[in-house]
Design a protein around this ligand. Structure first.
Ligand code: BGC
Ligand code: CA
Length: 448
């Protein structure tokens, strides 16, 4: 549909349907002076707001790539050694955001969930009766702040954390059967009047030989190695995610009755709770996938960024306020996490179901179809492939976005950036980087 027609219809519909959103300070900031030339003087406020959509466009109707909306998701632009946010990338243009989840809140929850499990199973948890509760830990990616947060959360809840300069050490330790590793310490826990030692028996970054991180197959092999050297000293298996957790569960812990904990609440992991998988954390992917596309939709519509998020949109979509938070300084939306255990897993069996509160179809006249380029850093990633992407595909229709999905190899940024050869064809971009330091590989293409 041509934009003039869209504008006109919007003005006509505005009175009865509030189809074009309401005006707000942030959307009027976005309005450039050219807006007034497209909207007739007597049209309503709603129509003026819609006119801002076209504001960034030059006279021939094209928007420069550097001015198009960008959302980073799942891998927050940041320094992979220090975790410091890359504010240049987060402020690439006025329509740039990050969508992820609250890594610290989720990490704390994962640690607490494991501790609660130990307390609830005090009589049986120490399998070999040596007074030590031993766990092994699969680490996803030492340079990914979500992975770092989870390692810290588990160590902190179980008392095995060691602090250096105020930060918990998150390094993998290799094996630590005798408790002498220096990146962790032995913790202790009182159960039924008896004090047990808690020990991280082993941990390793699950990176395959080609360089892919969070690698489930590597974790499946590692548990075999650990089980043959540590055997029944292993009382608990912990993983930074469900992909690796399920690989270990299927390879070893299920048959040996050893509780295994992951993160992501992928459908297969939730189903495995019925078979002894200890628990997982939902990072509220139904909220993240929605936000990923919603911030682009809002920027393309030229409406307030909170539309359909904290404020109901014209179709009635609005997120529950306890499902996310927005940190303005960081230009970041963070979904909140929920523990999924034997107590509540029945509510989480389909990880790809959209959230009912934000599942109302947008009107195609007021919100015409736009083209979005979106990449998944690793087409083989369990979480992104089995949970995040199916949700994106459900929401893209509801939001009238025509999304081109690109799947990377998980190792090389250029494998993805090579497929961003013609950014002119798209109205907006959703980016999932291989390495969180690499935002400039994308923004430099958009700035050309
Ligand atoms: C997920 C992992 C996934 C990673 C990819 C994390 O949030 O928990 O399962 O491999 O994102 O970046
Ligand atoms: Ca033991």
């Amino acid at each position: 549909m041509k934009k003039k027609v869209a504008l006109l219809m919007c003005a006509v519909l505005a009175a009865s349907l509030t189809a074009c959103g309401s005006s707000s300070s942030s959307s009027s900031d976005r309005a450039a002076s050219t807006a007034s030339t497209t909207a007739a003087a007597e049209t309503s406020t709603a129509a003026d707001t819609t006119a801002t959509t076209e504001a960034a466009a030059s006279s021939d109707g094209t928007v420069a790539n550097k001015d198009k909306p960008v959302v980073w998701f799942n891998r927050q632009p940041s320094n992979s050694s220090t975790g410091e946010l890359d504010m240049d990338a987060l402020n690439f243009n006025k329509d740039t955001y990050y969508v992820g989840f609250d890594a610290n809140q989720g990490a704390e929850l994962q640690g607490q969930m494991i501790k609660d499990y130990i307390e609830a199973h005090a009589d049986t948890i120490d399998r070999n009766g040596d007074g030590i509760i031993g766990y092994v830990l699969a680490i996803g990616d030492v340079g990914h702040n979500d992975s770092v947060a989870r390692t810290r959360g588990v160590r902190s809840a179980l008392g095995t954390a060691v602090e250096t300069d105020g930060a918990i050490d998150s390094n993998p330790i290799g094996t630590n059967a005798d408790g002498t590793a220096t990146d962790v310490q032995d913790g202790s826990i009182d159960l039924n009047g008896k004090t047990y030692t808690v020990r991280e028996l082993a941990s390793q970054e699950m990176k395959n030989s080609a360089g892919a991180t969070w690698d489930a197959a590597t974790a499946g092999n590692a548990i075999g190695t650990w089980a043959s050297s540590l055997g029944d000293q292993i009382d608990i298996v912990v993983s930074n995610n469900d992909g690796m957790g399920m690989a270990m569960f299927n390879a070893w812990s299920k048959d040996n009755g050893v509780p295994t904990f992951g993160y992501d609440a992928n459908s297969d992991a939730v189903a495995a709770i019925a078979e002894g998988y200890g628990g997982t954390i939902s990072q509220h992917t139904d909220v993240q996938a929605y936000l990923t596309l919603r911030v682009l939709r809002n920027a393309l519509d030229g409406v307030d960024i909170d539309t359909g998020i904290g404020t109901a949109d014209d179709a009635g979509n609005v997120l529950p306020s306890d499902s996310y938070k927005y940190v303005e300084d960081e230009r970041s939306y963070y979904a909140l996490n929920v523990a999924v255990t034997a107590d509540n897993y029945q509510d989480f069996t389909d990880a790809t179901k959209t959230l009912a509160d934000v599942s109302n179809q947008l009107d195609a006249t007021a919100h015409p179809t736009k083209n979005v380029w979106l990449d998944i850093y690793n087409a083989a990633d369990n979480f992104l492939g089995s949970t995040y992407e199916p949700l994106l595909q459900n929401y893209d229709d509801l939001l009238n976005l025509n999304v081109e999905y690109i799947g990377g190899d998980g190792q090389t940024e250029s494998n993805i950036t090579n497929r961003l050869g013609n950014p002119d064809q798209y109205d907006a971009f959703a980016i999932n980087m291989v390495k969180t330091d690499n935002a400039a590989s994308y923004t430099s293409i958009l700035s050309q």
